[in-house]
Design a protein around this ligand. Structure first.
Ligand SMILES: NC(=O)C1=CN([C@@H]2O[C@H](COP(=O)(O)OP(=O)(O)OC[C@H]3O[C@@H](n4cnc5c(N)ncnc54)[C@H](O)[C@@H]3O)[C@@H](O)[C@H]2O)C=CC1
Ligand SMILES: O=C(O)C(=O)Cc1ccc(O)cc1
Length: 311
């Protein structure tokens, strides 16, 4: 998969990315490849990551402080774990340019909007966002320029947000290859609870259960890992800090979806116990159709990076 060729002229003057991990470094790579910003600035709280960002040439300037990073920036995108958004917002708040757009890429939106609102000054545009694209890898080496190509990027502008600011941010994501959708933070958090957060929890749980079974050894689990379990281990290899923060910050929606999930699981347990083959067959037929419609609309083929084996 390739990105479109570079634009004739940048669409952002100064773009600052805070947090240069998988997502931050992918934004920097995409923005650089397409010439989307006059100046690309990066900052990360970890000294080793800043050094790596410099070595990889990810930005025109890898700042040594958050203050230096956001000074004069037109768009600032926070790419740190959800639990770190509040601290970063507090650090950058006094140094933001009036009229700057502050966005983020966090997997949870309600809690992030509250954190940004609590610290950021009047006169900056708060437009939270979430690219629904990623992998189980982390860090500046894990990113790639085509990560967002043909994937959704969801913006959750608060009520009263400036439509021009939303349009500018939307243009940036579109230029990185994403399809942009807007919705409320509450709806985002419920949708992502079912499509992403609870599936990750299920993966963490099944891999944990396998690890704790007394009658089946660890080496047997590894040796006889069939397709299904292998797929779960990929998801369960996702970053612990990031996912701890997702669950702590989307508690309500996750608990609501888990309630429904648990009821449905018990119904399946009953169907197996009472040998209700028809009920099992009907469910598996419905779920197969869902998978096929995902493939039909290109979500699967559009992201060869998703689930790719790297090691
Ligand atoms: N990993 C994924 O597949 C996806 C992640 N997201 C969201 O993107 C955000 C970033 O995730 P990744 O890039 O995967 O994480 P990552 O772990 O690869 O990178 C996060 C970076 O943030 C830095 N950081 C942490 N606290 C900081 C602070 N207080 N100040 C400055 N830098 C700080 C870390 O040093 C690290 O380099 C998270 O909020 C996550 O929910 C969104 C879509 C997909
Ligand atoms: O690697 C996977 O399967 C993912 O699900 C990636 C991912 C993780 C978190 C997000 O908020 C969005 C996408």
């Amino acid at each position: 998969m390739v990105l479109d060729p570079p634009l004739a002229s940048p669409i952002v003057g100064r773009l600052a990315v805070i947090g240069v991990g998988l997502i931050g470094s992918s934004i920097l790579r995409a923005a650089k490849a397409r010439g989307l910003a006059g100046t690309l600035v990066a900052y990360d709280g970890a000294d080793a990551v800043r050094q790596r960002a410099r070595a990889l040439g990810l930005a025109d300037l890898v700042a040594d402080t958050p203050e230096q990073a956001v000074a004069d920036a037109d768009i600032v995108i926070l790419c740190v774990p959800v639990g770190a958004m509040s601290a970063v917002a507090q650090e950058i708040a006094p140094h933001l340019k009036r009229g700057a757009i502050v966005s983020d890429v966090g997997s949870v939106k309600g809690a992030v909007l509250n954190a940004l609102r609590a610290h950021l000054p009047e006169g900056v545009h708060i437009i939270p966002g979430h690219p629904v694209a990623g992998t189980e890898y982390s860090g500046p080496d894990a990113g790639f320029a085509t990560l967002f190509k043909n994937r959704w990027s969801i913006l959750t502008p608060p009520e009263g947000a400036d439509p021009a600011a939303v349009a500018r941010l939307s243009e940036l994501w579109t230029a990185m290859g994403a399809n942009v959708e807007t919705m409320t933070p509450e709806h985002h958090d419920l949708v992502l609870a079912i499509t992403s957060h609870v599936p990750h929890l299920i993966a963490y749980n099944i891999v944990g259960t396998a690890a704790d079974l007394e009658k089946v050894t660890q080496s047997e689990v590894i040796k006889y890992s069939a397709g299904g379990f292998r797929d779960f281990t990929r998801i369960a290899a996702s970053d612990p800090t990031m996912w701890r923060d997702v669950f702590l910050n989307n508690r309500e929606a996750v608990i609501e979806v888990l309630g429904r999930f648990t009821e449905d699981l018990i119904a399946l347990q009953r169907a197996i116990r009472w040998e209700q083959g028809e009920a099992l067959f009907d469910l598996f037929t419905r779920t197969r159709a869902i998978r096929r419609s995902i493939i039909e609309i290109g979500q699967e083929t559009a992201a060869p990076d998703f689930g790719r084996e790297r090691d």
